[in-house]
Design a binder for this molecule. Structure first.
Ligand SMILES: [Zn+2]
Length: 697
């Protein structure tokens, strides 16, 4: 018998088109037996995105669940869509403009946004098409975008709802600020670069020093940012630090400006850093801001949005501790101010020493400019009530995390939650729906409404009634707080109902030796290339095979190759069974076991079905894949098919058909293309239009 190997390239696109034409991705078009809804909303990839291995993993997981539930008779909806991804998208279009020698400011806001929409129309569906390549059975007729008209209405409704409740307010907050892009950045938008710099040890005179103090009338602080001294409002030490016991509660005099500032103690101070005493600049440092709030310190902003010094006195009042003109910093760039300040301190004998110091400097992820922390007026959403809403259903077990150990950090985060800064100073996004406001909303504000805004909220739609709440949210661990928590309280607030019952936290895919995959480092694995080379089924199966419950997957491409070999094994077995069976149409009835081998294979199939069903209920994807592999390869091919070659019996042929059909049904959620192809070729009575809507065993 000469069998051609399975050729996914010849099969996959055609099969996918056939599925799309069948209409069965749309739950409303499924046969009547599909009654009970089962919904998954896709974590919307960025419109700028390209399928990476994490997407491929998560899409495989979701499609396995959806396809199995569809076969089990559920009215399955897997709702796709994309996120407008504020700054990421704005960045891509700005880059494009730069090539033409233009900036967004040349175009102006309105024209620029038009450009972004044009870009979105042209390239924004790329990633969704890549999801199709993987075999994802999403209902594309329901595809949403976080800035489509209906979704924008939902955002407005949600914002105004909070506003009416008095939960939205304006306040000053330290933000990461890129002076070149003139925008605040989220922590996720920073890239850290190691830079060699200095640690300066600066002597601050102490007013009325206790007699015999080791510092000789000074307290020395170590800092990497002497220019922010102008905004110091305290010196802090750890309360347990014996060196400074007698100085706590005293007053220091800030050099340069001769302002009196208190010496305080706070447990946040690391007594091992520098001298153990640090300057506190609440306006330009996150930790200092927290200390400042606790100790009711003034926050003096000394760096502005253009990265220049402000608010420093032109001529500081002279005191007995420091002399000379230290003024004239206003308007200087940070580097210039730093140089001038160090020079002055040297002259005044206030610079004790300088050490080399390497620090991680935050850079703007799109233009690499050093990011400054500056206070700025922002919009906030009060979290106190919403945090309770996020906590309650998880505490009550209505929403379950898998694995469960993700619940603790979730609760901890909620307990220590701060009000949510929801404004961003960029152009691409949802404008804050208040007259005259130019800021846009944080991308996560729109993502928080995803499970119900995609179904038509705030309108009372049929979809909302039918498909909300959803069943499972499958997501990465790094966005549990940013996204999952916010979807939960949004669901509770607006729908009075949980958004999903299960949160499946999938593993992070690392390189073979446990490194982070990164496109820029060239350590990433491109799933689209893998699909080209091995076929989508092999990629899906190879990925699923590695999901063994660990929080990291050290990705081994050999598993994809194994998936390809497995495809060939399945293909060859099906050809053998077809050949044995001839043209006779099989009625699908369970055949009798007439000998030991018959009995063993029927029993094994039954056991496999039970185990796989149970594993999938428990989100054990890898275990299911292993069970299916072992069953098909060893029990069916190695044993039963080999045995059957010695026999010429109609009953044996029936068993071969029965087991093959059962196997491809169980394998379908994992390897949808090849199983569909084989199903279409099998001579069956009562054949369904496609295996996708066949009954799970
Ligand atoms: Zn920038």
């Amino acid at each position: 018998m000469c069998i051609m190997p399975y050729e996914p390239k010849k099969v996959e696109n055609k099969i996918y088109q056939f599925w799309e034409e069948s209409g069965f991705f749309n739950p409303d078009k499924l046969p009547a037996r599909h009654k009970k809804p089962y919904t998954i909303v896709i974590p919307p990839p960025n419109v700028t995105g390209e399928l990476h291995i994490g997407h491929a993993l998560n899409a495989t997981i979701q499609d396995i669940l959806i396809r199995q539930k569809r076969m089990q008779g559920f009215k399955t909806l897997w709702l796709p869509g994309t996120d407008h991804a504020g700054i990421a998208t704005q960045n891509v279009v700005e880059k494009k403009l730069r090539k033409e020698g233009k900036t967004r400011f040349d175009l102006g806001r309105e024209k620029f946004i038009e450009e972004v929409w044009k870009w979105k129309e042209e390239y924004g569906n790329k990633i969704l098409n890549q999801f199709k390549k993987l075999g994802s059975s999403c209902d594309w007729s329901r595809t949403r975008f976080t800035m489509d008209q209906g979704y924008s209405d939902a955002i407005k409704e949600a914002f105004l709802h909070y506003h009416k409740k008095g939960w939205i307010y304006k306040g000053k907050r330290i933000v990461n600020w890129c002076k070149r892009c003139a925008t605040s950045l989220s922590d996720l938008e920073l890239e850290y670069k190691e830079e060699k710099g200095n640690l300066w040890f600066i002597k601050y005179p102490v007013k009325d020093p206790p007699a015999g103090e080791a510092g000789g009338g000074f307290i020395t602080v170590a800092t990497t940012r002497p220019e922010t001294m102008l905004g110091d409002t305290a010196v802090a030490v750890n309360p347990k630090d014996k060196r400074y016991k007698n100085l706590i509660g005293k007053t220091a005099v800030l050099p340069l400006v001769n302002r009196e500032i208190p010496i305080i103690s706070d447990i946040l101070i690391d007594s091992k850093f520098g001298t153990g005493a640090v300057k506190v600049t609440p306006a330009h440092d996150i930790t200092d801001q927290a200390i400042g709030e606790k100790h009711k310190l003034e926050a003096i902003q000394v760096i502005d949005e253009k990265g220049r010094i402000i608010n420093s006195p032109e001529k500081p009042a002279r005191s007995g501790f420091a002399t000379g003109d230290a003024g004239g910093y206003n308007g200087l760039k940070i580097d210039e101010a730093r140089e001038k300040i160090i020079e002055y301190l040297k002259c005044q004998n206030l610079l004790e020493k300088t050490e080399n110091y390497t620090r991680q400097v935050p850079k703007c992820y799109r233009c690499s400019t050093t990011v400054e922390l500056i206070p700025s007026m922002q919009w906030f959403l009060k979290m106190s009530e919403l945090a309770k809403l996020a906590e309650k259903p998880v505490k009550a077990g209505k929403i379950k995390f898998h694995p469960k150990n993700f619940e603790k950090p979730y609760f901890d985060w909620l307990k220590n939650i701060k009000d949510w800064c929801i404004s961003r100073q960029i152009w691409w996004g949802h404008k804050i729906p208040i007259e005259g406001e130019t800021d846009v909303l944080d991308t996560w504000f729109s993502a928080a409404l995803w499970p119900f805004a995609t179904l038509g909220w705030p309108e009372k739609t049929k979809d909302l009634k039918n498909y909300y709440p959803t069943a499972v949210l499958s997501t990465a661990r790094d966005i549990i707080n940013l996204w999952v928590a916010r979807m939960i309280f949004s669901g509770m607030e607006f729908m009075k109902e949980i958004p999903f019952s299960h949160v499946y936290v999938h593993a992070t895919v690392l390189t073979r030796d446990g490194q982070r995959m990164s496109k820029s480092l060239g350590t990433g694995i491109d799933p689209v290339k893998l699909i080209e080379e091995f076929g989508a089924d092999a990629v899906r199966f190879g990925i699923a095979f590695q999901i063994m419950g660990n929080q990291d997957i050290k990705f081994v491409t050999d598993n994809i190759l194994m998936g390809k070999k497995f495809c060939n094994k399945i293909w060859n077995a099906s050809k053998f069974v077809e050949l044995k069976n001839g043209k006779e149409k099989y009625d699908g009835k369970k055949p009798y076991a007439k000998n030991k081998a018959d009995k063993a294979i029927l029993k094994s199939l039954e056991k496999t079905e039970k185990s796989v069903s149970k594993c999938l209920e428990n989100f054990e994807f890898g275990k299911s894949a292993h069970i299916l592999y072992d069953f098909f390869w060893h029990d069916f091919c190695d044993k039963y098919i080999e045995e059957s070659k010695k026999q010429e019996s109609e009953n044996t042929n029936k068993i071969l058909m029965y087991v093959l059909l059962g196997s491809i049904k169980l394998l379908h959620p994992f390897m949808p293309f090849i199983t569909e192809k084989i199903y279409q070729q099998l001579p069956l009575k009562n054949k369904k239009e496609c295996i996708m809507i066949e009954e799970w065993l």
